[in-house]
Design a protein around this ligand. Structure first.
Ligand code: ADP
Length: 449
């Protein structure tokens, strides 16, 4: 096994990876920005190296500084976590060309899946269902009109290189198409450095359901069932669960098979996620693949018993998966709530000093966080400060367990979205699983806060 791993990230995911390494007997190197001197990951790792100023672009995105830190510490592998450089194929290439191991898929798989037009092309070849729309890139407004009329309005114009919920525009009529199309093209060019756009039918009431996959370097690819991530605001997930309360056994079989087919089409190695939108009639369509570990991975870990981060490391080292698809069984229900340092209804960020932190505990409650009493949450990064995950034999019990865990959580000194979760968990629409990707925003709009 690897002797030492460098973690090119911060926050809860860096802590999550350090914990996995410790359990595996692997030494860890943390990299940190000047704003993260007192951060949990900096303190927990065996060695820590400062890689630059607070701004992410000068530190956690600073490839030269990270590579220098790896060389200085004799790290054998780099784990990128999520965000920052995790989906940067060029970084993966630099890591492997420097003789280090990249804990993730090959740069080729990352390149294809990072380009939505190329990804859809590959998925079409693998017979994975796609949202109806353009056949590849759309060059100009004239072509956009023809494609949109054929698909039927509303449509969504998307940047091929887009990500993180950015670079998308919903268009409701032919009249507003030219403007929206040109804006999207220009924005794609300036924000993502690639003005390629394509068009999809805009599905009006879909659920966001994704399949967790895991592949090794010996050609084995399995799935770990699905997650439901429909609770979103601004295309950002707020609460996730596994399995999806909407997916029946027959649909699950088809959905997970499509996920495995998608991963096989790019010879996927490591942990990855195939995202689908599912219509009320349970038809589903590929939207994109995330070629990294995801924030919501703990819910899949809990219903299957597989430690995803441990297996990311094992397969990167070259170990074959120690289990077959048939051995992966789904047990009970798991929910994750993302705790953000922000106003629960106005969503304004709330960095600052944590005067008191008390994490929930007890049976079947997991907390992935980097908080401690006295910690100063810096204003430069993501507002997510903790993930609370609960497990139980069924969904109603899992919700009640999450409600009591949420009531136990104490974070003083900064404002968090704890109350949003408390209200959401008590909402009849959430409890009866009668929701889609618009549920949370519509509900927030009705609150008149
Ligand atoms: P990103 O890479 O920015 O995350 P995605 O393609 O994954 O972009 O889409 C993000 C979100 O946008 C989805 O979870 C869904 O809420 C919405 N969305 C994307 N495509 C469509 C579509 N064709 N119809 C309706 N909603 C969509």
């Amino acid at each position: 096994m690897f002797h030492k791993i460098l973690i090119a990230n911060r926050g809860e995911i860096a802590v999550r990876i350090i914990r996995a390494c410790k359990e595996m007997g692997i030494l860890t190197v943390a990299v940190y920005s000047e704003a993260d001197r007192d951060a949990m990951h900096t303190r927990l790792a065996d060695e820590s190296i400062c890689i630059g100023p607070a701004s992410g672009s000068l530190s956690y995105l600073n490839i030269a500084a990270i590579m220098a830190a790896a060389e200085l510490t004799d790290a054998e592998a780099i784990h990128p976590g999520y965000g920052f450089l995790a989906e940067n194929a060029s970084f993966a290439e630099i890591v492997t060309e420097s003789g280090l191991n990249w804990i993730g898929p090959s740069p080729e798989s990352m390149r294809i899946m990072g380009d939505k037009v190329a990804a859809k092309q590959k998925m079409a070849e693998a017979s994975v269902p796609l949202v109806p729309g353009s056949d590849g890139a759309v060059a100009d407004v004239e072509e956009a009109k023809i494609v949109s009329k054929k698909a039927g309005f509303p449509v969504i114009v998307k940047a091929s290189a887009g990500g993180g919920g950015r670079g998308m525009k919903v268009v409701h009529s032919e009249a507003s198409l030219p403007n929206a199309f040109s804006m999207c093209q220009t924005e794609a060019g300036t924000v993502f450095g690639d003005s390629t756009v394509f068009i999809e039918k805009f599905l009006e009431e879909p659920r966001h359901i994704e399949v967790q996959v895991l592949g090794d370097k010996h050609g084995n690819i399995i799935h770990l069932f699905e997650r439901e991530c429909s609770m979103q605001r601004n295309n950002q997930k707020v609460l996730e669960e596994a399995p999806s309360p909407f997916v029946d056994a027959q649909t699950r079989k088809k959905l997970c098979a499509a996920g495995v087919a998608a991963a096989k089409a790019v010879n996927y190695v490591g942990a990855g996620t195939i995202e689908f939108l599912m219509n009320p009639d349970k038809s589903f369509y590929f939207i994109e693949m995330n070629t990294r570990i995801q924030v919501e991975h703990p819910v899949s870990e809990w219903i299957t018993g597989v430690d995803l981060v441990e297996w990311q490391i094992r397969v990167a080292f070259g170990e074959p998966l120690a289990f077959t698809q048939n051995e992966i069984k789904m047990k009970g229900h798991a929910i994750e709530c993302r705790i953000n340092a922000e106003h629960p209804f106005k969503f304004t960020p709330s960095p600052g000093t944590v005067e008191l932190y008390h994490a929930p505990g007890g049976r079947s409650v997991r907390v992935d966080s980097f908080l401690y009493t006295g910690y100063v949450i810096p204003p430069y990064y993501d507002s997510m400060i903790a993930k609370i995950i609960t497990h139980a034999r069924d969904r109603p019990k899992c919700i009640r367990r999450m409600q009591r865990a949420m009531d136990e959580l104490v974070v003083l000194g900064v404002t968090t979205n704890q109350e949003l979760h408390q209200r959401l968990l008590a909402n009849p629409g959430f409890q009866s699983a009668d929701f889609n990707i618009h549920f949370l925003e519509r509900w927030l709009n009705q609150m008149h806060l």
